[in-house]
Design a protein around this ligand. Structure first.
Ligand code: ADP
Ligand code: MG
Length: 350
């Protein structure tokens, strides 16, 4: 018996690094996706075949993470066993159009798809939210990426063409309609990164240090004036905290702007988010700053880097009527950049 499950990539429209600091995020599902075919096996053997990584890899269920591309697959199968969805290893075959390591959550799509396939095999009624929580454990505890819950929730729950306003503290969410006049274009910078390289973890550690200073678990809930008023704090920690608190407020304002149809206001919030990631959270890189700046210069209502940072993609809010011309101009000015996908409200389920 085998089951095939497809999970989408996601683009985060606004709210970066707020999902482990008690804040909101606003991701949307993409059309690019990853599919997994899972066939259980008795015993602890695992075989993984992935079109983009090439060849077949053999692992065992009790293998530790090895810094290998097959780690998320092994971790997901271990989690499926812990949840009682499988009893043993599996043969996995993976195909994907989500570029890996680009801030579009290929890792979450892979882990969620494996867990959903195992749910199907077991005939279990475990919820999508519980699958997302389990998928986060795989990233945090097995792979060693201290990420929040956004990617897993977006990939497990969100539908194409609409955004999901998610409170990461409670996991409550509501669907936010996107404007039909604009599309959210995802452009790859041509620079990839690995979240396991330590820089993402360094930001998480700085946030943990700031949480100790402010005696709170939720940096996002601090009042910006309260942060500015504190003088006896390391200036770097102050900037990290400022990003979390202001970014959370930008997400709340962005949801309001979209719901009111104020696209220019939404665009300005994207631009503010990018500046905060660049100046306060230090997670952008110069070629991405240049790409974002030109995206706005060439007519986008707003643009920002999306995802954990240090490379990957930008997302830009562009009027449908000018998008083709805008894109041609942007890609001509940035030869390493390429178009990945566009979130389009016109394909949203009604
Ligand atoms: P992102 O989630 O932003 O794409 P990550 O670094 O978190 O970036 O995850 C990328 C990792 O996910 C890859 O190194 C690999 O381990 C796994 N992965 C992603 N896509 C695939 C795929 N098509 N086949 C197998 N493994 C994949
Ligand atoms: Mg990831």
């Amino acid at each position: 018996m085998s089951i095939t499950i497809t999970a989408p990539g996601r683009v985060n429209l606004i709210g970066e690094h707020t999902d482990y600091n008690g804040g909101w995020v606003l991701p949307a599902a993409l059309a690019v996706s990853l599919s997994v075919t899972l066939a259980p096996r008795s015993g602890d053997q695992i075989s993984v075949t992935a079109d983009v990584f090439g060849g077949q890899v053999r692992r065992r269920l009790n293998d530790a993470a090895a810094g290998h591309w097959s780690d998320p697959a092994v971790g997901a199968l271990r989690e499926a066993n812990t949840l009682g969805l499988l009893t043993g290893g599996a043969d996995l075959s993976i195909t994907s159009t989500i570029p890996a390591g680009s801030g579009l959550s290929s890792s979450a799509a892979l882990i969620v798809a494996i867990l959903k396939a195992a749910r199907g095999i077991a005939g279990s009624d475990i919820s999508d939210t519980a699958i997302a929580v389990a998928a986060r454990r795989v990233e945090n505890d097995y792979i060693g990426v201290p990420c929040g819950i956004m990617d897993q929730m977006a990939v497990a729950v969100a539908a194409p063409g609409e955004a999901m306003a998610l409170d990461t503290a409670t996991l409550d969410y509501r669907v936010v309609s996107l404007p039909r006049s604009h599309s959210m274009a995802v452009i790859h910078s041509g620079h990839t990164r690995q979240l396991t390289d330590g820089r993402y973890a360094a930001r998480k550690e700085e946030c943990d240090a700031a949480k100790a200073v402010f005696a709170t678990n939720d940096l996002c809930q601090l009042i910006p004036e309260e942060i500015e008023a504190l003088v006896r704090i390391d200036p770097v920690l102050k900037r990290r905290t400022r990003h979390c608190a202001t970014e959370h407020r930008r997400v709340l304002a962005a949801v309001e702007a979209l719901e009111a149809g104020h696209i220019d206001g939404f665009g300005q919030l994207m631009i503010g988010s990018h500046a905060s990631m660049r100046d306060d959270f230090d997670i952008t890189i110069p070629p991405i700053d240049a790409l974002v700046s030109d995206a706005v210069q060439f007519g986008a209502a707003g643009a920002r880097m999306t995802g954990g940072g240090f490379g990957g993609c930008i997302v830009a809010c562009v009027e449908c009527g000018i998008r083709e011309e805008w894109q041609a101009q942007l890609l001509a000015a940035h030869p390493r950049a390429r178009f990945i996908d566009a979130v389009d409200a016109r394909i949203a389920p009604s």
